[in-house]
Design a protein around this ligand. Sequence first.
Ligand code: ADP
Ligand code: ADP
Length: 232
Amino acid sequence: MIRLENITKTYKSGGTVTKAVDDVSIQVEKGSIYGVIGYSGAGKSTLVRMVNLLERPTDGKVFINDIELTSLSTGKLQKTRQRIGMIFQSFNLLKTGTVYQNIAIPLKLTGVPKKEIEARVDKYLEIVGLSDKHEAYPSELSGGQKQRVAIARALAHEPEVLLCDEATSALDPDTTESILTLLEQINRDFGITILLITHEMHVVQKICHEVAVMENGKVIEQGRVVDIFSKP
Ligand code: ADP
Ligand code: ADP
């Protein structure tokens, strides 16, 4: 479903060359929850941003369902990207828009008709438990509620893949638990494949089926979570 083949990302700035990701290959099965764990600076964020080509790999190939994203023209890439949702540590909501607008505007931009937009906003706000917040502004919401809006915004495009970039790192432990439970529910109910990055072992232990451990741009270990991190 998601296949990264020998991807490398090199940054050059001034005289310094940084290999943020160094020859990484990962395969994420359809319908699974895959975690990438590592310390700060390991290359996790660069890696996840290459899955939807927010960052272009310097080398290597990215496949989603056997479509090679790295070989697509810009127009085709836009279409395929709509099948990949993403959520972030800092939520990335539009501060000047209501919850409704935050979900509706991106749908409008991809050409979804108005009636359908309204139906999807209702449906996905209900799924994330925020049916009473259509007219709220992000500043009126807690961190956990903001992340729920971001999840509803991603789900509203009915994606096959959800990328999570440190999605619970800004949240307290109880809120983290509730967001992870929501991600598990989405994975189970819609079969959405989830690729998440985190620096927190308990996140991987709670919801991931498989894991890759990154260090200095390289994957140093990968496999089933039960084999790699057996619970104490
Ligand atoms: P992580 O998400 O694991 O903290 P990152 O992918 O953010 O790691 O960073 C990996 C390495 O790449 C770090 O050394 C970081 O400083 C470097 N890096 C990341 N983005 C850039 C960039 N845009 N320009 C230069 N170096 C970068
Ligand atoms: P059906 O084939 O009857 O639509 P599904 O299980 O595929 O059954 O979908 C059930 C509901 O879940 C549908 O209303 C659909 O819009 C929604 N759904 C399915 N896949 C996704 C997805 N990837 N993201 C969000 N919603 C989805």
